[in-house]
Design a protein around this ligand. Structure first.
Ligand SMILES: [Fe+2]
Ligand SMILES: [Fe+2]
Length: 166
């Protein structure tokens, strides 16, 4: 069972479940993506969960806006496909989209849109403005989800600190 952050539904039981799972099935089931469960991301979650959050909400947004939800969902699931835990430096922020794209290319057939989504998701920190509406949706969704995940971390830390001082 997989649930995007803040969602009432598991991905498997959401009203759009069949459409979403059909879009991402091969990506979701792959060893490369499943292995993202072993890496922490934004302190409060795993990289797999982060990618699922970005993928699922990008899918819903693109569906609503009339963009290609399937490609956004697939690329959203692959946008942080790297298997290491580097420090969050400027260099990492700028370089990891290229690494994720190379890893994704090595394992999946990608469309031009999917490649653009993965490579441009860190704009404007990384040079290269998105070329497709789906890339903008994933780029904004990634930042919004990252903010929620960081807030969850701050909330957890604050609770921990309060408990320690009681
Ligand atoms: Fe990223
Ligand atoms: Fe991300």
């Amino acid at each position: 069972m997989s649930r995007a952050i803040g969602s009432r539904y598991t991905v498997e039981t959401s009203p759009q479940a069949v459409e979403y799972l059909t879009a991402v099935e091969d990506v979701l089931d792959s060893e490369e993506v499943q292995d993202l469960k072993y890496f922490a991301h934004h302190h409060s979650t795993t990289r797999f969960q982060h990618c699922l959050n970005v993928s699922y909400y990008s899918f819903l947004l693109c569906r609503k806006l009339g963009f290609d939800a399937r490609q956004a969902a697939r690329a959203g699931m692959l946008h942080d496909l790297y298997h290491s835990s580097p420090k969050c430096t400027k260099e990492h922020l700028r370089n990891h989209p290229r690494i994720a794209l190379e890893n994704a290319r090595n394992n999946f057939d990608l469309s031009d849109v999917e490649e653009d989504v993965i490579l441009k998701h860190m704009w404007p920190i990384r040079k290269g403005r998105p070329s497709y509406p789906e890339s903008y949706v994933v780029m904004f969704t990634d930042k919004y989800i990252a903010l929620i995940e960081y807030c969850a971390y701050i909330k957890q830390s604050a609770k921990h600190t309060i408990k320690k001082h009681k």
